[in-house]
Ligand binder design. Structure first.
Ligand code: IPM
Ligand code: MN
Length: 359
């Protein structure tokens, strides 16, 4: 298969981790005879520094004209600590999601066996947990009108959802549940928010087309508690943009490190793959960031294009790295391996077709 992949390394640790994902994809290309052509482009704070725009036209055009986008991370403390900044790195990512129509963000959560003791949560709570968060990605409070009065004393962000926006992601969540344990949990705040009440109505309607899938509802405050109290109850969590953002960082605690969680952002035409973590500026350039989330994003890319055995190979290589403790310091405090070494190990495992490494 020939795939043209736009790579947007972004800020902070983004370039270091996406490099490892590229290496893994390159190795897959060699072993399975695919041609992956990468083209890098600017987005985020680095793009603002060079062009004044967090999503330069050239980057957007590239993404519109490639098969898929591999994205690293975005954000820089110089903007976080400056509420008056008019142009912010995150605007680049939000605009890209909107322009590419990436309305569904899929975030799988499943602890690795050998890492069950890396989570601060008790083993008996997390062992066997396996769920996927379907986060709506192009609506809600992220994209509603923002206002600040002239005196700078009153601000508002509008949260808006249409039936259509809710319907399309709901279908994806139910279809995914049909191939899993057949349960969808809708998370909202329907006791307070009008948008949540619309979500409930629409989701309930859509669910009637999937009689084999059970549907239940949880308020988001309760869901935040249930995710760490009893994560095994979940199969597919369906939720709006902001709640999905918050709950997925929380859910990462189950796996032992947010540096392990990947995601796919899908629309009707385009697809982007990204770790759920941020730009971790403190680690930038230190070769300590965990590249696994980025490598797993690449595996999700392969799956998206139907390259299932290739994706499986990447998953197995990652499992091997974890099993053999070839991991970064977020997973093993005294580890001598850095971002590059973990990435090299993974691509070498992919390349050594017959497991030469371990004989
Ligand atoms: C994420 C990130 C982004 C989000 C930020 C960087 C805008 O936190 O992908 O989870 O909030 O969606
Ligand atoms: Mn987030």
């Amino acid at each position: 298969m020939n795939l043209k992949i736009a790579v947007l390394p972004g800020d902070g640790i983004g370039p270091e981790v996406t490099l490892q994902a590229k290496k893994a994809l390159y190795a897959i290309g060699v072993v399975y005879d695919h041609e992956f052509v990468f083209e890098d482009a600017l987005m985020g704070a680095v793009a603002i520094d060079k062009t004044g725009n967090p999503l330069p036209e050239q980057t957007l055009n590239l993404c519109l004209n490639t098969d898929a986008v591999l994205f690293g991370a975005i954000g820089d403390p110089k903007y976080d600590n400056n509420p008056d900044a008019k142009v912010r790195p995150e605007q680049g990512l939000l605009k890209l999601r909107k322009e590419l129509g990436l309305f569904a963000n899929i975030r799988p959560i499943k602890p690795y066996k050998s890492l069950l003791d890396s989570s601060p949560l008790k083993r008996e709570i997390i062992e066997g947990a396996d769920f996927t968060i379907f986060r709506e990605l192009t609506g809600g409070v992220y994209f509603g009108e923002k206002k600040l009065n002239d005196a700078g004393t009153i601000a508002s962000d509008l949260c808006e959802y249409s039936e259509e926006e809710i319907t399309r992601i709901t279908h994806l969540a139910f279809k995914a549940a049909q191939n899993r344990r057949k349960k969808v949990t809708m998370v909202d705040k329907a006791n307070v928010l009008e948008t949540s009440r619309l979500w409930r109505k629409v989701v309930k309607n859509v669910s009637e087309s999937y009689p084999d899938v059970a549907l239940d509802f949880l308020f988001v405050d309760n869901a935040a508690m249930q995710i760490i109290l009893n994560p095994k109850q979940f199969d597919v969590i369906l939720t709006e943009n902001l709640f999905g953002d918050i709950l997925s960082d929380e859910a990462s605690v189950i796996t032992g490190s947010i540096g392990l969680l990947a995601s796919a952002s899908l629309g009707n035409k385009k697809a982007l793959f990204e770790p759920i973590h941020g730009s971790y500026p403190q680690a930038k350039g230190k070769n300590i960031a965990n590249p696994i989330a980025s490598v797993l994003s690449a595996a999700m890319l392969l799956e998206h294009f139907g390259l299932h055995k290739e994706a499986k190979k990447v998953y197995e290589a990652v499992e091997k790295a974890i099993e053999y403790n070839v991991v970064t310091i977020d997973l093993k405090a005294d580890s001598k391996f850095g971002t590059n070494e973990v990435g090299d190990f993974i691509s070498n495992v992919i390349l050594s077709k017959d497991d030469l490494y371990f004989k």
